[in-house]
Design a protein around this ligand. Structure first.
Ligand code: ADP
Length: 777
């Protein structure tokens, strides 16, 4: 039978010319490790699209016999239905899961464990020799329980790493297990190690960033475990090399069998390592380090061993942050207390300058030699910091750096500032390290901590500058370093590193400061609003002082002068003089009234309320009693709703509120029968009014009262104005006269109770005044 998929050997992996590790197509190498086999199926119809070239050795079937066929050529009914079940129900996209153990049709062949995952509409089936070989299966559950307890008890990250290395070596039985930790510059350090006694110690050795290139780190962020049972075994290529449906190389990132990179296998060979098992360690989703396990002989890693190693590494990842916090609990507590106090003081003083002086200061929180704050267009600094001019330039650079690089994390930190910002080399003694957080969104205002230079020795595994070129089969290319001999470097210009929890603390402080800025902005807005109101009231006062008060004064002056002339003449008081005296009296009384209402208005704001639970129907009744005989005039009809609620208020003030509103309702009323209704609304019958009130103040626990009249009504454009001090819509003496102070005083009293007052009215249709007061809790 013809093979429907001719094999395009032209893009064979070894035909590619790599110049460095980063260039290798590690995610889609087109090959697998030859101890297992890979089948690539189209998920929808389970047609075999690609197969590893070693299929005859594992299944006794060639690529030609498999390609283009349904998977039923290989799997029996039970395996097929298990496969379908996984594809239909399990979350296996980019996440391999053990499917079943498969009895190979090849006579005498050992059973194969099959793991399945899907990726972009393809199902990848990985077949690997089953079982643990000769070693007895460990009691995994007991191991997990014991190990988790140990990891959780670790008092420091170093102890956590040591325990993890020892325990992982215990379960896997490998020659060397290292906890490898990345530094901010990308280099890595052997942070903890468990090894066979006869092997040399690698603890503390540093490896340059190039040893684990970015592309590999990217893969490790997505993977959970990477087994390489025999680095010397070569590879089995896929047939065909590309997915025949898409003509694209297939992504093997998640395949345990993915062919190892040539650079990596050479690297391992240089270290005398035959097998490796690697798991990523993540802290908050970022690659923190690796668990790197080495074995000098080839070593199978069956699914169950991989699973427990993966589980333990995962536990370490989860414990990293908590252990960090445990280890530095005292320091953390002190740091937070200082930050809180610094912010509280900044809030009280209304500026960030107090963060540098007096104590406690920024300097007393995160350990540093100096700190600086950029605020109100200048630098405020404390301790050992660069000079003001240097700070100015550094600040500008940091702002552009923050704008360029900072994602949601919003900070910049370096423990070798001079390498990224050369001018800092001149002040390495005070600022080899800098940690910076912006406290405004435009990066303008900054908080900075500085650390001085500390001289230290780095133990490199081999000279990190060594990049040997060797003529490979495809021309000269870079090879991994062959020498791992200890190479010591005296490092200058670097500070103690900024630890993740210190950066977290700086970020938390940033949030506190930003909240402070926001709340101050709100306070200022509220103050401005109040000031604007006070100004309006002052304006009104100025108006009344110049008009209303001056007018009676002018009159008084006029009549008093007339009376003086009259007195000079020596004549007895005639009618004219008597009228003048009456006018004098009237005018002084009028002034007295105006001044009293002014005094009353200013007192309302200052006197404390005497709050108590009050039956509102009683207060309304008292207010109505104040009307005296007016209430019983034949042209007056006042009704009060039969059910009135209890309220929490100052009884005297609320009586005055109702009295003011009822007096106005009767005063500004031309109707033959002046009707006034007093009551209480519920949200269900007055949704509009309720919404209005809700908009102005929290609705919880509030009741809405109303005073409705059939009077002359008020045009909408005056609805706000009438609450202003001495604001009248009518001539002074019409409608029984008034000073225009009543509603201003009423509103002030309602607001003092935490309520709001508003009205619904149109000219000629009567008015309804609403106000909210609190119900007793
Ligand atoms: P005054 O003490 O002069 O009555 P207020 O502050 O109580 O002043 O009221 C201000 C203005 O609002 C009044 O001059 C009047 O024109 C108008 N006003 C108040 N209440 C009513 C009402 N119930 N109906 C119509 N107009 C009213």
């Amino acid at each position: 039978m013809n093979n429907p998929h001719p094999v395009p050997y032209s893009i064979k992996r070894h035909g590619t010319n790599f110049h460095d590790c980063a260039a290798e197509p590690i995610r889609a190498p087109g090959c697998i490790q030859p101890h297992g086999a890979l089948l690539v199926l189209r998920s929808v119809d389970l047609t075999i699209l690609q197969v590893s070239e070693n299929s005859p050795q594992l299944f006794g079937l060639t690529a030609e016999q498999l390609l283009g066929k349904n998977i039923d050529v290989l799997l029996d009914g039970a395996c097929q239905s298990r496969l379908r079940e996984l594809l239909d129900r399990e979350p296996i996209e980019r996440s391999p899961l053990f499917a079943f153990t498969f009895a190979s049709p090849l006579r005498g062949a050992s059973p194969l464990d099959v793991c399945v995952h899907t990726i972009d509409g393809l199902a990848l089936l990985e077949f690997e020799p089953a079982g643990r070989g000769d070693s007895p299966p460990p009691d995994f559950l007991a191991t997990m329980k014991r190990t988790s307890a140990k990891l959780q008890a670790a008092g420091s990250v170093a102890e956590l790493a040591e325990t993890a290395a020892a325990e992982i070596r215990n379960v896997t039985g490998l020659d060397r297990v290292m906890i490898y930790r990345f530094h901010p510059d990308g280099s890595g350090e052997v942070f903890a190690e468990a090894r066979r006694d006869d092997l040399p110690a690698w603890l503390g050795l540093r490896y340059p960033a190039d040893d684990i290139p970015v592309s590999v780190r990217e893969i490790f962020r997505k993977l959970t475990v990477r087994p390489l049972p025999d680095a010397r075994s070569g590879v089995a290529e896929l047939v065909p090399l590309e997915n025949p449906d898409t003509r694209a190389p297939i992504e093997l990132t998640h395949c345990a069998l993915r062919g190892a990179s040539v650079m990596y296998t050479e690297y391992l060979a240089n270290m005398g390592v035959a097998a490796s098992l690697t798991m990523p360690l993540l802290r908050d989703g970022e690659l923190w380090g690796l668990v790197a396990c080495h074995h000098q002989e080839p070593r199978p890693f069956p699914y169950d061993v991989r699973a427990i190693a993966e589980f333990l590494a995962h536990m370490v990842s989860l414990e990293l942050r908590a252990t960090d916090a445990r280890e530095h609990a005292g320091y953390l507590k002190r740091m937070h207390a200082v930050h809180l106090e610094v912010v509280t003081r900044a809030a009280a003083e209304g500026g960030l300058a107090v963060m540098v002086e007096p104590a406690p200061r920024l300097l007393d929180g995160i350990e540093c030699g100096g700190a600086a704050v950029f605020h109100r267009d200048r630098w405020w600094s404390v301790g050992a910091t660069p000079s003001p001019t240097e700070l100015e330039k550094l600040g500008a650079w940091l702002r552009s750096e923050l704008a360029r690089t900072s994602g949601p994390s919003m900070h910049f930190s370096s423990d070798r500032l001079g390498t990224v910002y050369p001018p800092a080399q001149h002040y390495a003694d005070v600022a080899s390290g800098v940690l910076c957080v912006p406290v405004t969104n435009n990066f303008q205002n900054l908080l900075l901590w500085f650390r001085p230079e500390v001289e230290r020795t780095v133990n490199w595994a081999g000279n990190p500058g060594d990049k040997p070129q060797i003529p490979g089969p495809n021309g000269p290319r870079l090879t991994p370093r062959a020498s791992f001999a200890l190479w010591k470097e005296q490092v200058r210009g670097s500070s103690a590193p900024w630890l993740p929890f210190e950066i977290d603390a700086a970020l938390q402080l940033r949030l506190l400061v930003m909240e402070l800025v926001v709340s101050r902005a709100e306070q200022i807005a509220a103050l401005n609003h109040d000031l604007a109101r006070s100004n309006e009231e002052l304006d009104a006062f100025a108006y009344v002082a110049s008009h209303d008060l001056k007018e009676p004064l002018r009159g008084i002056h006029k009549y008093a002068s007339g009376l003086r002339e009259f007195a000079k003449s020596g004549r007895p008081l005639d009618e004219v003089a008597k009228t003048r005296l009456d006018s004098l009296l009237r005018l002084t009384m009028r002034m007295d009234g105006l001044i009293s209402s002014l005094l009353h208005f200013s007192r309302v704001g200052r006197l404390a309320l005497e709050m108590e639970a009050v039956d509102s129907s009683e207060v309304v009744e008292e207010a109505l009693e104040m009307l005296g005989a007016w209430r019983h005039e034949p042209d007056v009809q006042i009704t009060v709703d039969p059910v009135m609620p209890m309220i929490h208020c100052d009884r005297v003030r609320v009586r005055e509120i109702f009295s003011n509103l009822v007096v106005n309702a009767l005063k500004y009323n031309d109707s033959a029968l002046k009707k006034v209704q007093i009551g209480c609304v519920t949200p269900s019958i007055q949704p509009v009014a309720w919404r209005e009130a809700a908009r102005a103040s929290p609705v919880a626990n509030q009741v809405i009262f109303f005073v409705r009249d059939n009077g002359i009504g008020i045009e909408a454009r005056h609805h706000q104005q009438i609450f202003g001090m001495f604001k009248r819509l009518h001539a002074r003496d019409s409608y029984g006269g008034g000073s225009g102070a009543g509603l201003a005083i009423t509103r002030k009293m309602v607001e003092q109770h935490g309520g709001v007052i508003w009205l619904e009215s149109e000219r000629g249709t009567g008015s309804t005044f609403y106000m909210t007061l609190s119900a007793p809790t």
